[in-house]
Design a protein around this ligand. Structure first.
Ligand code: NAD
Length: 310
């Protein structure tokens, strides 16, 4: 561990940042930090992803541990809880390389209880952690306009807030550690149910012989208009299910939502229903599709395709 990260009001900003997890989201997020003038040391289990970032000016990390030895702030952007546990708590994980005063910011969407557990183990080593999952998908990751929902200590949040705002247009401290991921689960429930409602409605319109594109144009300015409708309906109309946000990742989020909810005695009947639709698509080999592909569940029920006519 070298130097220290100081945010607004701090003494000096050490500009080296570690970044672990360079997938659909992590890659553009890391690029935005490079564009903002930070030196990045990056690691991913996929060597091609590391080389891509190195060609954009990043330094190559040899492991998560190596990254944390070289940067006092380490950001992780990984698929799910087990990947975060491995990358932070594993033998060659970030915590093995981090020292007192280091900060870990996990921006992956994972189970809130796992965030709490990893943070407690980090704190025992004098390392502070924030959970800071994001919403907005790949387009907003590229633009640097993600919505970032953060859990953890205010002092730690203040130290990294400006850095987060190089990747997002908002960064809100929701509460203590784990709260960022609770907010993200709420976000994912709302997004999943919106896509399901859109799919159900547009399947009805199509089967009734009405052009779904015209229905989209007619309703988008009214109360049914939404960010989800704007982002996902054009993909449906083109039959473009290239991810974006993969169905398999949304299944992961909804399973985390149900586990969390059941652990505190909250039933989530609508979430459970949409999860089963996504499971059916997974069984049908569509887990890698964008979650806009939920429409295909409804299409198969009615033997139609919901597509634009022009
Ligand atoms: P992704 O699968 O494209 O990328 C994950 C990256 O992590 C991959 O490059 C993989 O090789 C790497 N990785 C896995 N295990 C690792 C380990 N132990 N050490 C180092 N690298 C490892 O996933 P993504 O779409 O970038 O999503 C990342 C997170 O962001 C997920 O939690 C997802 O739910 C969340 N998210 C995604 C989107 C989206 O639209 N894709 C939007 C918001 C939030």
């Amino acid at each position: 561990m070298t130097g220290s990260i100081e945010g607004k009001g701090g003494v000096q900003m050490n500009r080296k940042i570690g970044f672990i997890g360079l997938g659909i989201m992590g890659r553009p997020m890391a690029r935005n930090l490079i564009k903002a003038g930070y030196t990045l040391v990056v690691f991913d289990v996929n060597a091609e992803a590391i080389q891509d970032l190195c060609s954009a000016g990043a330094e190559e990390g040899l492991s998560a541990r190596d990254v944390a030895e070289r940067a006092p702030l380490v950001i992780t952007m990984l698929p799910n809880s087990p990947h975060v546990v491995e990358a932070i708590l594993g033998k060659d994980g970030a915590l093995a390389g981090a020292g007192p005063g280091s900060i870990l910011v996990d921006m992956s969407s994972i189970a809130p209880l796992v965030s709490k557990d990893v943070a407690a183990k980090a704190r025992a080593k004098g390392v502070e952690m924030l959970d800071a999952p994001v919403s907005g998908g790949e387009p907003k990751a590229v633009e640097g306009t993600l919505a970032i929902m953060v859990g953890g200590e205010e002092k730690t949040f203040d130290a990294v807030r400006e850095i987060l705002l190089k990747m997002g247009s908002s960064a809100i401290l929701v509460g203590g550690i784990g709260s960022g991921n609770v907010a993200k689960l709420a976000n994912q429930i709302i997004v999943a149910l919106n896509i399901a409602a859109m799919s159900e409605a547009m399947t009805l319109a199509t089967k009734a012989g009405v052009d779904p594109e015209k229905v989209f144009q007619a309703i988008r300015g009214g109360l049914a208009g939404s960010t989800v409708l704007e982002a996902k309906m054009p993909k449906v109309l083109k039959g473009d299910f290239k991810p974006g946000f993969r169905i398999e990742l949304h299944i992961k989020d909804l399973m985390n939502a149900l586990d969390t909810a059941h652990g505190i005695g909250v039933p989530l009947p609508l979430t459970a229903g949409v999860l089963e639709m996504m499971q059916a698509l997974k069984v049908d080999g569509k887990a890698q599709n964008d979650h806009a592909g939920l429409i295909q569940y409804y299409e198969s029920l009615c033997a139609i395709e919901v597509r634009g006519r022009q």
